[in-house]
Design a protein around this ligand. Structure first.
Ligand SMILES: *Cc1c(COP(=O)(O)O)cnc(C)c1O
Length: 367
């Protein structure tokens, strides 16, 4: 039967729309937004200046190849700029990867608490997201490998993962890669790589350089503090870069983002300050919230996942309401299969201390 109105392709209406972190708390004068893993230090002042300068020339199209930005990234990481593609956030790149490598009937694997963009990008192509169980809120290589079938075309792995903050050591990433068929594209999403301070962690640059089926995505939204500009990049083998370049928008990255990104990449002192701030307060929050009797999943990123009991008066939803009234905006993560947890970005010292005090008051109330 012919439909009476236009129909989206199969899969599109199966997508649960992405709900971004809240940015306001009704009725509260001062709001601390700790819901989207933004940096409390803001961007480099050089990035802000470069951004403002482009305001004088808004009539000009950006460089569609983002050549100067790719060169700056290449210099910083020792990469061939020809192997880099820039995008309007890593979201853009993840969606382009899905569009280039997935079709109706294909499968893409991600993990239970994996980033929500993976199933959204997958369903949008008509392919099927296949969910691999995690162990202790951490990706499980064996569980992923068990789900690989001839239909599998892509494996998405956030390392570290959001919203759990956990990671798998590079040896495990290599073991995963070794066991994957050569026609499966392994996508390593390293959005939080700059924050990780673990000897057994690597973002995957070496694996990308030496394989035909691995790409890595990175973002300027987190440690670089440029989330508003929507800027990310990926590095991959020449044949993947070629495919992505054919389907991306010809001007998919805007000029202010390119200018700010170059300046941000060069300001290594600012990145270092952000990393130092994060390490200190990540450790402090994990310890202090733990002392209140709540479980915090050990995180290597710039946020913590806090687990709440299911007892009335103590639940994650009630804690969220309580914190909201004080202007402390955390993230509910029910959409990530974590109904009993809240995710909190590492904030300023003031915000971090206020959250710990508020949680103490919340738990101190009689239920
Ligand atoms: C925040 C985040 C990104 C970055 O997305 P952008 O589109 O670059 O802002 C990518 N992957 C994960 C897992 C994230 O948490």
């Amino acid at each position: 039967m012919t439909a009476t109105r236009p129909q989206p392709r199969p899969g599109v209406l199966d997508i649960a729309p992405y709900i971004p972190g809240k940015s306001t708390a009704p009725g509260v004068a001062k709001v601390f937004k700790l819901s989207s893993n933004e940096t409390p230090l803001g961007p480099s002042e050089h990035a802000v200046a470069a951004y403002a300068d482009i305001g004088k020339r808004l009539e000009d199209y950006p460089d569609g190849a983002s050549a100067a930005l790719r060169e700056a990234i290449g210099n910083a990481y020792g990469l061939d700029p020809a192997r880099i593609v820039c995008g309007a956030g890593s979201d853009d790149l993840l969606n382009l990867i899905a569009r280039a490598y997935l079709a109706d009937g294909d499968e893409a694997i991600h993990t239970t608490h994996g980033f929500l963009v993976y199933p959204i990008a997958t369903l949008g192509t008509g392919a099927k997201p296949v969910v691999a169980a995690e162990t202790n809120f951490t990706a499980d290589v064996d569980a992923i490998l068990k789900l690989v079938t001839p239909k599998t075309k892509v494996v998405f792995l956030a390392n570290p993962n959001n919203p759990t903050g956990t990671y798998i050591p590079f040896d495990e990433v290599k073991r995963l890669h070794r066991a994957l068929p050569g026609n499966v594209l392994l996508v390593l999403d390293a959005a939080y790589a700059e924050y990780v301070q673990r000897n057994d962690y690597e973002s995957g640059l070496e694996l990308v350089a030496t394989s035909d089926n691995v790409v890595m995505t990175r973002t300027f939204s987190k440690i670089y503090g440029l989330a508003a500009l929507r800027l990310g990049w990926m590095v991959g083998p020449a044949h993947v870069v070629d495919a992505i370049n054919r389907i991306r928008g010809p001007f998919n990255v805007n000029a202010p983002a390119i200018a700010a990104g170059i300046a941000a990449m060069r300001d290594t002192a600012h990145v270092e300050r952000s990393r130092t701030h994060n390490s200190k307060w990540l450790e402090w929050l994990t310890a202090e919230i733990g002392k209140l009797g709540l479980t915090v999943t050990p995180s290597v990123a710039n946020f913590v996942l806090i687990h709440f009991p299911q007892t009335k008066g103590r639940t994650a939803t009630e804690a969220n309401d309580f914190l909201m009234k004080r202007g402390l905006v955390l993230r509910q993560v029910t959409a990530y299969q974590l109904p009993n947890a809240l995710r909190m970005s590492v904030g300023t010292e003031e915000a971090n201390r206020l959250v710990v005090q508020a949680l103490k008051d919340f738990l101190g109330q009689s239920a």
